[in-house]
Design a protein around this ligand. Structure first.
Ligand code: ASP
Length: 343
């Protein structure tokens, strides 16, 4: 059967059971509306680049890579080389990416490379592996055309680090988010917000998207927890924890206290709840509740948040604590939403 006949069949409402997967992924379906969702208000700016690709018929994989590269470029933000260093004063970056066919790539403990998300994509596409770390990840990046950037801290990160060194108190605090629901053209979002010197804040952008073919992809990039122990790796580069995509079900990305996302295989767990028929928000909530049960009274000291999208293009999010927001761009525009929360 040729491609045109397949398109005709799908137009007659014949279910996808009759259409092999490899053909489904090449057929634009008019009922599918592209959508991109990302963590925090930095996501508003990142979404713009992703939406540019999606609205022009591009692939979700390209959208989620290009989208988070915007945040990696924002030197005052907490992602990329401008971010807060570890407690030895060195910026180390983690990133992961996953497409609609279970292809995935990650890097962790990566130094002096501007776009870890693109190195993660190269690991996925050009290596037989999924995950490269440290010096090996950096050597792989250099061998694949990335350049070695300066080891100097950004001005803001230097101030933050110097302020932190005064106490060197090794105790991560939960994320702080100043802005609540708004749309992209609010002037507050035209530039990355400045942190108070020494303030700890969220350090991640995660992005999930569906393209006009109905294919899902996700990306996640971070400097991890500010002033972390040297060598610490969080959930963001761990497939199944900080990011997971199952094109039959949905895509999920996490932010917050990485250790507590890893111990419940967070993103993968949310996908499995969606497979059981839960909405994206309900699925995120079930995993947040599990973390709350595990942490008991310590739950109030951490923040954990998930954003999910299902195969119908519905987006939902849920956080352990108040204050998490997520950005969604679809045909109706680019909007910051407050997530529901448990505590
Ligand atoms: N999840 C990240 C980590 O633990 C941090 C964050 O999202 O703020 O590395």
């Amino acid at each position: 059967m040729d491609r045109r006949k397949f398109i005709n069949l799908s137009g007659l409402g014949i279910t996808s059971f009759s259409i092999p997967n490899f053909i489904q992924s090449t057929i634009p379906t008019s009922s599918i509306q592209p959508i991109v969702a990302s963590t925090w208000d930095a996501g508003l700016r990142a979404n713009v680049a992703a939406w540019d690709i999606l609205k022009n018929g591009g692939k979700s994989l390209d959208a989620v890579e290009q989208g988070v590269m915007v945040t990696e470029n924002e030197l005052n933000c907490c992602v990329g080389l401008g971010a807060n260093p570890d407690r030895d004063g060195i910026v180390t970056l983690d990133a992961s990416i996953m497409d609609h066919e279970f292809n995935c790539g990650s890097v962790a403990f990566l130094e002096r490379i501007k776009h870890p998300i693109s190195v993660a994509r190269k690991v996925m596409e050009k290596s037989p592996h999924v995950f490269l770390v440290g010096a090996g990840a950096q050597a792989f990046a250099l061998a694949n055309g990335f350049s070695l950037e300066s080891a100097d801290l950004s001005d803001q990160a230097k101030k933050n680090y110097e302020a932190w060194l005064k106490t060197s108190n090794y105790q991560p605090i939960i994320n702080v988010e100043k802005h609540q629901s708004a749309t992209y053209n609010d002037s507050a979002f035209d530039a990355p917000k400045k942190l108070t010197d020494g303030q700890w804040n969220h350090d991640t952008i995660g992005m999930i998207a569906m393209d006009q073919f109905g294919n899902l992809s996700g990306s996640c990039t971070t400097s991890g927890a500010g002033f972390k122990m040297r060598g610490r790796v969080g959930d963001s580069p761990i497939i199944g924890a900080g990011l997971y995509v199952d094109n039959e079900v949905g895509a999920v990305v996490a932010t917050g206290q990485g250790e507590d996302v890893i111990r419940v295989a967070g993103a993968s767990a949310v996908v499995e709840w969606m497979r059981q028929g839960k909405s994206p928000e309900a699925a995120c909530k079930l995993v947040v509740e599990k973390i709350n049960r595990i942490k008991k009274e310590k739950a109030k000291d951490i923040q954990v948040c998930f954003v999910a999208i299902n195969k119908k293009g519905n987006v939902g999010a849920y956080a352990l604590q108040k204050g998490f927001n997520f950005s969604v761009y679809n045909n109706e525009g680019n909007k910051l939403n407050d997530a529901a929360y448990l505590i």
